[in-house]
Design a protein around this ligand. Structure first.
Ligand code: NAD
Length: 324
């Protein structure tokens, strides 16, 4: 079996590749993996370091917006797991151009090539942000899509393109919509590594608005296990929410990080709220649980402690990174 992983040098994609090559996903064991990645600021070869010597891994340094590169990379693939994206909301507020290029056009080019080369399955990694914000309850896969940020709008567009390629052309597509991921190797512009690295480097945790925005936290290992289940047992044309089952207000998240690092709340820097900041995300995961037997395994307490430890022990991974 040959698997093409786009964005496999980023946070979640590299976790999927590392775990797959370590044999964590029984049904994908022995598959060869080609990573197609542009190596933007978020894509780093260090993220694949533990598996770089594995003969089943090959790396293509290329852009999903370049049609010949995409066609060449996809030919002969049995499965495509599509992670590559511009992924940070704040950057999309500053300028959405790269989000339209990569997230919308790049996804379209991949879908078109997958159709041309008769790929056996295409997994489009989407986000719960396509649903917008919800004050009470949880979004199901049939909830209306009401994205608010330019990032979420670009992901919604690609998500709908993927489903349209299934309906129109019969491309065997599955779409996954996950909640906020956390774990090692996450670029420190995202909340949890940003909080941790701020304290470790002697500055304060920047907290948006009143700090009461609520997120569901999903350990990256659980997310990737969910993706492996959808890759092997998902139904064509179906959408699967993937969540971690740990909902927390940002202020409580900050407090937990501070406690783990032996600091107090005087180390919180309250900053102006993000524009159109979604108040709460929450996904109902009963479909993937009932149909594919998914359940999150990593408890948030344990996962957060491990993540704090990883950043503490790997300053060389993050100290040289700039957030602009
Ligand atoms: P990331 O920003 O860490 O990694 C993105 C990867 O895509 C990088 O390796 C980057 O180099 C690559 N890339 C970007 N543009 C490219 C292009 N034009 N061609 C080829 N490669 C390109 O992102 P992540 O956090 O690992 O997220 C992976 C996917 O999961 C994304 O599609 C994102 O929208 C989705 N997602 C992430 C989260 C989260 O909490 N991180 C939540 C929901 C959904």
């Amino acid at each position: 079996m040959k698997i093409l992983v786009t964005g496999g040098a980023g946070f979640i994609g590299s976790n999927f590749v590392r775990r797959l090559l370590e044999g964590a996903y029984e049904e994908l064991a022995g598959a060869s993996v080609a990573v197609l990645d542009k190596f933007t600021y978020a894509g780093r070869i260090e993220n694949l370091e533990p598996v770089l010597d594995n003969p089943l891994l090959s790396i293509i340094h290329g852009d999903i917006c370049d049609a010949p590169t995409v066609r060449q990379a996809i030919s002969g693939s049995d499965l495509v797991v599509h992670f590559a994206a511009e992924s940070h909301v704040d950057r999309s507020i500053a300028s959405a151009s790269a989000f339209v290029d990569t997230n919308v056009r790049g996804t379209y080019l991949l879908l078109a090539a997958a159709l041309e080369y008769k790929v056996g399955r295409f997994i489009h990694v989407s986000t719960d942000e396509v649903y917008g914000s919800i004050n009470h309850g949880a979004f199901t896969e049939s909830s209306p899509l009401r994205p608010n940020s330019p990032y979420a709008a670009s992901k919604t567009s690609s998500d709908l393109f993927a489903l349209a390629f299934h309906r129109t052309h019969g491309l065997p597509v599955c779409v996954t919509r996950c909640s906020n991921n956390y774990g090692p190797y996450q670029f420190p512009e995202k909340a949890i590594p940003r909080f941790i690295t701020a304290i470790l480097s002697g500055s304060d945790i920047p907290l948006y608005g009143d700090g009461l925005h609520r997120r569901d936290w999903l350990h990256v290992d659980d997310h990737c296990r969910g993706l492996a289940l959808v890759s092997t047992r998902g139904r064509d044309g179906h959408v699967y929410n993937i969540g971690g089952g740990k909902e927390l207000a940002n202020i409580d998240l900050a407090r937990r990080v501070l406690k783990l690092l032996g600091a107090d709340t005087s180390r919180i820097d309250w900053i102006a709220d993000r524009k159109a900041h979604d108040r709460r995300y929450c996904v109902d995961i009963s479909k993937i649980s009932d149909d594919l037997g998914y359940a999150p395994h990593v408890s948030f307490d344990e996962g957060l402690e491990d993540t704090v430890r990883w950043y503490s022990e790997h300053p060389q991974w993050w100290q040289s990174l700039t957030l602009s």
